[in-house]
Unconditional design. Structure first.
Length: 609
C-alpha cells in the first residue's frame, strides 16, 4: 500500500509533503501541525476537523459535471440537487452546506419531522426541499405550512394513504398545497450493501397499479397540477453503474407514460442518492467502477434518449447524493496511547551472570544480525524460541529466561523486517502479518466509526506524520472502550502497516478520513463516550483559521442526555465525600475540587499523549 493509498481515496484533497499529510488547498497546512496547535491548549482525546472548502468543491463538482453533460447532450431539462439531512445533521455541517451551496440553489431533503423543521429553517426560499419517508398528518401539514411560507417544497408520497392525507388537508384548510412527488417501486435493484433500497421487495414506493390510482385520485381531487416529480432510489454507495442505467430506463419510461395519461405538470425526475465515495486504500478493492463524469453523462444521456423516443419534453433532474457531498470534508484525528509491544524493548532485558546456552545464542544473533545474514539468523531465532518455550514448560529455565528469550526474538524479527524492507519475500510478508502490533487509540469506534463496527465498512487511515519513513508494522487498532468489538483488526486482504514509535519520546497521531457521512449521526454513546471536539478550519493563502469549535459534552452532560440529573449526581458525590474519612478538612476540600474538575471534562483518556 504505497503512501497509504492517498492517490486512491483522497480525491486530491490531501497530499503528502515533507513527511506529513497536508491540505491540497491554498497555503496547504499540515494536519499534524493543526492538531498539535490545538493540543497545546490542553485538548486530549479525539478531534474532528471539518474543511468547508471541500464541501464547496464537491457541490461545485456535482453541478459542473451535470451542466457539462446537459450541454454536451443538448438536454433541455435543468439539474437540481438536495442534501439529505440524515447523512449529517450537525449544525456546522448544515451551515457549510447551505452557505457553500447558496449560489448553486442547493437544497435540503428531510425524512422526519425534526429534519423537516430544520430544512424549512435553513433552506433559502428559492432552493428546493424534498420530503421522503413515511409521514403522518402532522408532518404533511408541515409541508403545507412550508409551501404557504414560500418554500419550493415537494412531498414525496410513499403510499396511497399519504396521498389521501394530502387531499384531506387540502380540503380542510386554505394553506397552499405543496408540490407532490411519487416514489416509484422499480423492478430494478442496485448493488452493494444497500441494494435492498430498490426492487419489488423494497421498503418504499408505489407499484404501477398504485401509481395509476394515485394519478386518478389527484385528478379527482383537482390537485393533479401539484404532481411535479417522480422519485426512485436504488441504494446508497452504488458500486456498479449498470444497475443505475437499468433503473433510469425503467423510471424514464414510467415518467413518459405518466405524461401521456395527463400528468401535465410533471417535470422532475429525482434519481435519489447513491453516488459512491472511495473508501478503500488498495487498488484491488476499490469501491466503485465509475467516475462522476460517467455517472452524470449516463443519467443525462439515457433520460434524454428515452424522452426523445417517446416524444416527451426532457424533465429536470434531481439528485440526493449526500455521501458524495460531505464524506470527505471531515477527518477524525486521534493519538495513539500505547503500543502493546513496548514490553519487548531491549531496555527490559535482564541477563544473569550465567544464562542458558540458547539465550546466549540469541544474544549473539541479536547483536550480529545484518542484511547479509538476517534470513539465516531469523530462522535460527525462531527455532531457538520453540526450544526455549519447551524447556520452560519442562521447568529447565525460569520466567526471567523466558522473558529475555521473547524480547530477543521479537527484536530479531523486527530487525529482519527493517533489513529486508526493500526486498521482502513471501516468508517475511507472512511473518510480518503474524507479528501484529496493537495500537491503542484514544477514541471509540462505536461513537466515531459505527459503520465499521456495524457493516465492516473500511475507512482510510494513516499517520499524519513520519511519512518519509517506511511503515512495516502490521497494525490492528484498539479503541478505549471495554468491548472486544472496539477493534479494527489487521486484514491481510487490506493490510495496514504503521510505524514503530517510542511514545515516551514522541506523539503518534492517526487520521481517519472520509468520515463525514453518517458516522456522526449514527454514533453511539457506548460506554458513555461522547462526540469528539470538533473544529471547522478555513484555509487561506497564509495559513488557516479555526472559525468554529464545539467542545464535546462533559461527563455530567453525557449522563444528563440519558436521563440523569446533573445536580443530583453532583450532590450524591459531594455527600459521599462528606461522610468519607479524611486526615484534614483541606484534604477533603482538595479532593472535592479535583472531582469537580474530572466531571467537567469529557470521558476520553487524558494521558501525556
Amino acid at each position: 500500500m504505497k503512501n497509504f493509498g492517498i492517490d486512491i481515496w483522497a480525491n486530491n484533497n490531501f497530499i503528502i509533503e515533507n513527511s506529513q499529510v497536508k491540505l491540497n488547498y491554498k497555503s496547504s497546512p499540515s494536519l499534524y501541525d493543526i492538531a498539535q496547535a490545538i493540543r497545546k491548549d490542553g485538548v486530549r482525546g479525539p478531534m474532528i476537523f471539518r474543511f468547508p472548502h471541500i464541501i464547496h468543491k464537491q457541490i461545485q463538482t456535482l453541478y459542473s459535471y451535470f451542466d457539462k453533460a446537459i450541454k454536451h447532450n443538448n438536454y433541455q431539462g435543468k439539474f437540481h440537487a438536495v442534501f439529505p439531512l440524515k447523512v449529517n445533521q450537525f449544525p456546522n455541517v448544515v451551515e457549510a452546506i447551505t452557505s457553500e451551496g447558496a449560489k448553486f440553489n442547493y437544497g435540503l431533503e428531510a425524512g422526519s419531522k425534526a429534519e423537516l423543521i430544520l430544512a424549512i429553517a435553513k433552506t433559502p426560499k428559492n432552493a428546493p426541499i424534498t420530503v421522503n419517508g413515511f409521514k403522518d398528518k402532522e408532518m404533511i401539514t408541515l409541508g403545507f405550512i412550508a409551501a404557504q411560507s414560500g418554500h419550493n417544497i415537494t412531498i414525496t408520497i410513499e403510499g396511497l394513504g399519504e396521498l389521501k392525507t394530502i387531499i384531506e388537508i387540502a380540503k380542510e384548510c386554505s394553506l397552499k398545497v405543496p408540490n407532490i412527488g411519487i416514489r416509484i417501486r422499480l423492478h430494478s435493484t442496485g448493488s452493494g450493501t444497500w441494494a435492498k433500497s430498490g426492487g419489488m421487495d423494497a421498503k418504499f414506493g408505489l407499484t404501477s397499479t398504485e401509481i395509476i390510482e394515485a394519478v386518478s385520485m389527484m385528478k379527482k381531487a383537482n390537485i393533479i397540477q401539484n404532481f411535479t416529480m417522480i422519485h426512485f432510489h436504488i441504494g446508497s454507495q452504488m458500486a456498479d453503474i449498470a444497475p443505475l442505467k437499468r433503473a433510469l430506463r425503467e423510471a424514464g419510461n414510467i415518467y413518459a407514460e405518466l405524461k401521456k395519461i395527463g400528468a401535465d405538470a410533471l417535470c422532475n425526475i429525482n434519481i435519489g442518492g447513491g453516488l459512491a465515495v472511495e473508501y478503500e486504500q488498495h487498488a484491488q478493492t476499490t469501491s466503485r467502477n465509475y467516475s462522476i463524469d460517467e455517472f452524470s453523462s449516463s443519467v443525462v444521456f439515457l433520460l434524454g434518449e428515452i424522452m426523445d423516443a417517446k416524444n416527451v419534453e426532457h424533465p429536470n433532474i434531481f439528485t440526493e447524493s449526500g455521501r458524495y457531498i460531505v464524506a470527505s470534508h471531515a477527518v477524525l484525528i486521534t493519538p495513539v496511547l500505547e503500543l502493546f509491544s513496548q514490553d519487548y524493548h531491549e531496555k527490559h532485558l535482564s541477563f544473569k551472570e550465567l544464562n542458558p546456552p540458547l539465550i546466549e545464542e540469541l544474544r549473539y544473533l541479536n547483536d550480529k544480525i545484518s542484511e547479509k545474514n538476517c534470513i539465516e539468523y531469523l530462522h535460527d531465532a525462531l527455532d531457538h524460541i520453540e526450544s526455549l518455550l519447551t524447556l520452560f514448560d519442562l521447568g529447565y529455565i525460569d520466567l526471567q529466561d523466558r522473558s529475555n528469550a521473547e524480547i530477543l526474538v521479537h527484536n530479531i524479527i523486527k530487525k529482519s523486517l527493517y533489513l529486508t524492507s526493500n526486498h521482502s519475500n513471501d516468508e517475511l510478508q507472512t511473518l510480518q502479518s503474524s507479528l501484529q502490533e496493537r495500537y491503542l487509540v484514544n477514541a471509540s469506534i462505536f461513537q466515531s466509526l459505527p459503520d465499521y463496527w456495524g457493516l465492516k465498512q473500511h475507512f482510510p487511515v494513516m499517520p499524519l506524520h513520519k511519512l518519509s519513513s517506511r511503515a512495516i508494522r502490521a497494525a490492528s487498532l484498539w479503541d478505549i472502550t471495554c468491548d472486544s468489538d472496539g477493534e479494527i483488526g489487521f486484514n491481510q486482504d487490506k493490510p495496514l502497516f504503521l510505524h514503530d514509535v517510542d511514545l515516551e519520546k514522541e506523539d503518534y497521531l492517526l487520521g481517519f478520513f472520509n468520515i463525514g457521512a453518517y458516522q456522526e449521526t449514527l454514533g453511539m454513546s457506548h460506554n458513555l463516550f461522547t462526540h469528539p471536539n470538533e473544529y471547522t478550519i478555513c484555509i487561506n493563502e497564509k495559513g488557516y483559521n479555526i472559525e468554529k469549535s464545539v467542545e464535546s459534552k462533559n461527563i455530567l452532560e453525557v449522563l444528563e442526555t440519558i436521563g440523569y440529573e446533573q445536580k443530583e449526581i453532583l450532590k450524591e458525590l459531594e455527600e459521599d465525600l462528606e461522610t468519607a474519612s479524611f486526615i484534614t478538612e483541606k484534604e477533603r476540600y482538595d479532593t472535592l475540587a479535583k472531582l469537580k474538575i474530572f466531571i467537567s471534562q469529557n470521558g476520553y483518556l487524558r494521558t501525556t499523549n
